[in-house]
Design a protein around this ligand. Structure first.
Ligand code: GTP
Ligand code: MG
Length: 399
């Protein structure tokens, strides 16, 4: 892989982060109905689905990494199961700042929320908890954490600790470098919140607003409405999906349990299930109980379209981050000298040009870039061409 994206699973304890992680990666991280079952973050390999381009060329692909199942490529991506976050985490509550730091290793977040309302803010069993509180709390918590760091940057700037002619955006970008931001980005965000470039004139509200903008930009997220296999969760989902206060968020209904059950049954040869699909086929001998359980899952799929695990990951990657999947190909046939057909599907940053793509393959290919070829049409593409999802591209170089 040229670029490796990391998706972080976050949320308060006991919402099902590890269950989601295990369902997506088929790893075996402990799951439990008690808070802080997970302490250290686990990193695993999940997959994002991309329609394979090979069938359009009447070819069969041979993926280097991941796999292809009946025309659907499963492209590996990193998934991180982070420890549970509780109110006051930015002040060290729960497992404290440790896992806030872990969050910085991720590019996009899936906020797992227990929509059943059966766990309280600390992850202890309860009834009738409003999932809205959890959605709100995570944003507040992250904003407070960003604000703390932002304020340190402002303090440094005001103390004259830095050289006279250092601009505020340089100072803040340096202070917030762990959030993978740049002075240009900070400048743009200061303009967006329209507070001016004199931090002395910023009040608490201005600072919080700026912190929030930087957080939104550097930690984009989707909500996975988990435990949707329960009636309580379905009721809450129906209400929140129609609540205009939550229009700005993408909420994906999800059942980590259903995904895990189907994948396990598939591995056991009992069903034929492709992750993310809207249906499955029972292929083995099942007991009456098993059959009943599977039919319940089928009802769930009928209602929600899928278990939601794949959908949440792909929404995060493709919709929220805007990552572009692209296949390096050859204009005279897709196979390379080793006889591999469309071996790679790269995930590259949004708005990448043909030249950026060349650089993501190798710096030499970028340096020697002459032009690229769209392998579907044999059309020549200049270096400024903006790569589109599922493009099949050959790069022609001088060397
Ligand atoms: N009904 C239902 N229960 C679920 C689902 N996913 C997880 N659970 C249950 O929720 C409880 C907590 O699951 P975990 O995966 O350990 O939660 P976690 O978020 O990793 O918790 P911490 O590691 O403590 O932060 C367990 O009892 C799971 O069986 C789901 O899709 N449906
Ligand atoms: Mg866990």
């Amino acid at each position: 892989m040229s670029t490796s994206y990391r998706i972080g699973l976050v949320g308060k304890p006991s919402v099902g982060k590890s269950s989601f992680f295990n369902a997506a990666t088929m790893n075996d991280v402990p799951e439990g109905a008690y808070p802080f079952t997970t302490i250290d973050p686990s990193v695993g390999e999940a997959y994002a689905r991309v329609d394979c381009a090979a069938p359009e060329f009447d070819e069969e692909c041979t993926p280097n990494v991941g796999y292809c199942d009946d025309g659907t490529r499963f492209v590996p991506t990193k998934l991180v199961d982070v420890a549970g976050l509780i109110p006051g985490a930015h002040e060290g509550n729960g497992l404290g700042n440790q896992f806030l730091t872990d969050l910085n290793e991720t590019d996009v977040l899936v906020h797992v929320v227990d929509f059943s309302g059966q766990t309280d803010a600390e992850g202890e069993p309860t009834e009738g908890h409003d999932p809205r509180d959890d959605i709100d709390f995570l944003e507040v918590e992250l904003d407070q954490w960003y604000l703390d760091v932002l304020e340190k940057g402002i303090e440094r700037y005001e103390s004259g600790y830095t050289t006279e002619d250092d601009a505020i955006e340089d100072e803040l970008a340096e202070q917030m470098s762990a959030f993978k931001t740049t002075d240009d980005e900070i400048k743009r965000l200061i303009r967006r919140v329209d507070v001016g470039f004199e931090p002395e004139a910023w009040d608490d509200e201005d600072k919080l607003e700026l912190a929030r903008e930087i957080r939104k930009e550097t930690k984009p997220m989707v909500i996975a409405a988990n435990k949707m296999d329960t009636p309580e969760a379905q009721e809450n989902y129906a209400a929140i999906a129609n609540d205009p206060d939550y229009d700005h968020l993408t909420i994906v209904p999800c059942s980590a349990h259903a995904e895990k059950a189907l994948k396990s049954a598939d591995q056991a040869g009992v069903v034929d299930y492709r992750p993310g699909d809207a249906d499955f086929e029972i292929t083995g001998d099942v007991s009456g109980d098993q059959k009943q359980g599977l039919e319940q899952i089928r009802d769930f799929l009928d209602e929600f379209g899928a278990t939601g695990v794949q959908a949440a990951l792909e929404t995060a990657l493709f919709d929220v981050l805007g990552v572009t999947p692209v296949f390096p190909g050859g204009a005279n046939g897709l196979g390379n000298e080793r006889g591999e057909v469309l071996p790679d599907c790269y995930l590259i940053p949004p708005n990448s040009t043909a030249e950026d793509f060349a650089y993501s393959l190798h710096s030499d290919i970028g340096d020697g870039f002459l032009h690229a070829i769209d392998c579907r049409t044999n059309r020549q593409l200049g270096k400024e061409y903006e790569v589109e999802a599922r493009d099949v591209i050959e790069v022609i170089t001088t060397n």
